[in-house]
Write a new protein. Sequence first.
Lengths: 624, 177
Amino acid sequence: MALLQIAEPGLSLDPHQRKIAVGIDLGTTNSLVASVRNGVAETLAGADGEHILPSVVHYSSDSAPIVGRLAEAKATADPYNTIQSIKRLMGRSASDALQLGDHLPYKFAPSEGGMPYLQTAAGDLSPVQISAEILRSLVTRAEARLGAELEGAVITVPAYFDDAQRQATKDAAQIAGLKVLRLLNEPTAAAVAYGLDQQDKGVVAVYDLGGGTFDISVLRLTQGVFEVLATGGDSALGGDDFDHVLAEWMMECSTYHAYDASSSRELLALARSVKEQLTSTREVSVRLPLSGETLNISRDQFNSLIQPLVSKTIRACRRAVKDAGIELGDIQDVVMVGGSTRVPLVQTKVGDFFGRAPHIDIDPDRVVAVGAALQADILAGNKPDSALLLLDVLPLSLGLETMGGLVEKVIHRNTAIPVARAQEFTTYQDGQTAMLVHVLQGERELVDHCRSLARFELRGIPPMAAGAAKIRVAFQVDADGLLNVSAKELSTGVESAVQVKPSYGLSDNEITRMLQESYSKAAEDRESRSLREQQVEAERLVGALRSAIAADGEALLSDQELKDLEAEINVLISLSEGTSAAAIEAGVDHLAQVSDFFASRRMDRSIQSALQGQRVDQLDKERG
Amino acid sequence: MDIAQNFFELFSIEPQFDVDTQQLSERYRALQREYHPDRHAHKGDREQRMAVQATAHLNQAYQTLKEPLQRAQYLLHLQGIETGEDNRRQLPGSFLMQQMELRESLFEVGNKSDPFAALEALEVEARQLETTGFSDFKAAFSSMDFALAEVCVRKLQFVSKLLKEIEAAEDRLDEED
């Protein structure tokens, strides 16, 4: 029988089908997936009907990880296996992670490389693998909703993400088996979604305060072209930090001081709920966990706690406006994005700074995914005539280490991407034959204050007097904001190139290993599921036969037949204790066959006994 | 895109210091529409790579012509004169003196009662030097006195560095605020 394809209403089954591409907002707190259907971009709901997927993964030793609301529910009971806010650790070194993670209940595994690994019941996992789990869940959702395999996705990242953080995001997609059409900056995605493309011309500022990151982008719009003039921010500042300062303050107010991982999670969840309530009320009364004390928290108190954090974002706004080369008065619109812009103090301060009321009319949680979906639709080739074009910039300067631990900038922040730039260096010692190329990102002058992206060696430089060799180091940043570096000695042509695999990133080998693991895990998962199914099937058959024998064995079977049947049953029982689903399945089929005569006899007998000795009206009654 | 074209040719504008920035940015967007990798996303790897190269070239051209100092440097570069950091030809003593003084006042800003006001005063002075520098350059370049034009550019490089330092000092003050 041919299977019928059933299309969701509104989805065409045209053979020249649209290519399915989605936009993914992989957030610190929440993630979403959106796609364009019938010309409209919308976020997709999961099986539970919810559009927002909490970016939480719960691991256990014996079953597949759980992502989302169900995982979130385990945060208090099983804090170390419930990973939240993993985006904060993306592209970070182990030592950064310790600093950032000091108020998050993570258990770090000792690691050889610079990359942090988290200890969970399912083994030691990198932030990249954990993020891949969230992506996988979103892909499954999208494929279920859209009824097709995905062509690829546009994944959004904070504009202020550095190369290591972007690379980590791309690696996560690779491990999840997802093709990345583009890494798109979140504020740019939001600007697109806001339908600002309908506006013909103008300068807009997008203030994006999420759970763990802050971005400010200034864009100039001209007939569908979104040109980012400048961007700034802080990739470790967000609504999470509001929760933390509030939770710490609550802890200080409490007489109880022995908070452990589980109770501090509870306190953190409480702080978040207080923060959310204070957006609409002026005062909240809470009972603290463990101590049971009651605490009154006013919005003013909360505001004074978060004031320094909000001021930090305003400073970044001032710098971005300056970098954009415009005056504050040139900005026509201010758009608020990210759940944390619901905080009243944030709205007030942003409004005060820009001198105009910010737009808060579109759901700040969904706007980024929607913008990404619009871009994905174009990149998949579905809208060849679209006027939309996004021109983005490099958020942080790229440079090289020079003598004395100083950084020489090769490409300055806010340079439009893609960009290629080369700089020439020379040797500083007579007869020097090798040179260490150390690539850094950041605005500071000292190597120690910048993010180390990669180190590689250029060897085989012919011995020459100091300063005679000419080494040309070329930087190339693609449209995803990802960097490639190559170095070449000009007189000999000795060359060395690296795809910048951040010092704290995953090597290609590691990614391949993780990919293989995830494939074999998926195969394992499938295998164990079908094993379990066949075992259940075997149990069911054995149980049915045994009760049939107990009821009718003596009457319907000869001694030999009974013995044979018992033997066959035992064969299946021992098979089902094994690990081969296929063998059990064959055993079930076999037992069903060899017991078929018994089933027929019982059937005949029950019909006979039903027809004999019973009156017709009784039969009818039973049937009715 | 013909990468052998010079940046002025790429944007079809006259190779001179005065540039209509609005026209420049319009041409930039038109070229981006044509060459940006996103416009070639569904094509093969080779086309993608070429698109990335073309837009990288375009971005560099645009940035060079947009920024007055880079534009001036590029005009000299087209005349075979390189004004990079390596070139340390002596500038007039009086100019260097003035630069040292300005820099000293920059270091002392932190001790002033109103450091923001002091910084702003410095910035105004530097901006003035910048304006004069550009008009001197324009005059020298258009009368084809390239040696003088080069001196102007190298003075402007000093001023530009000073302006960056003023900005950095402002950022630091902001942080402490």
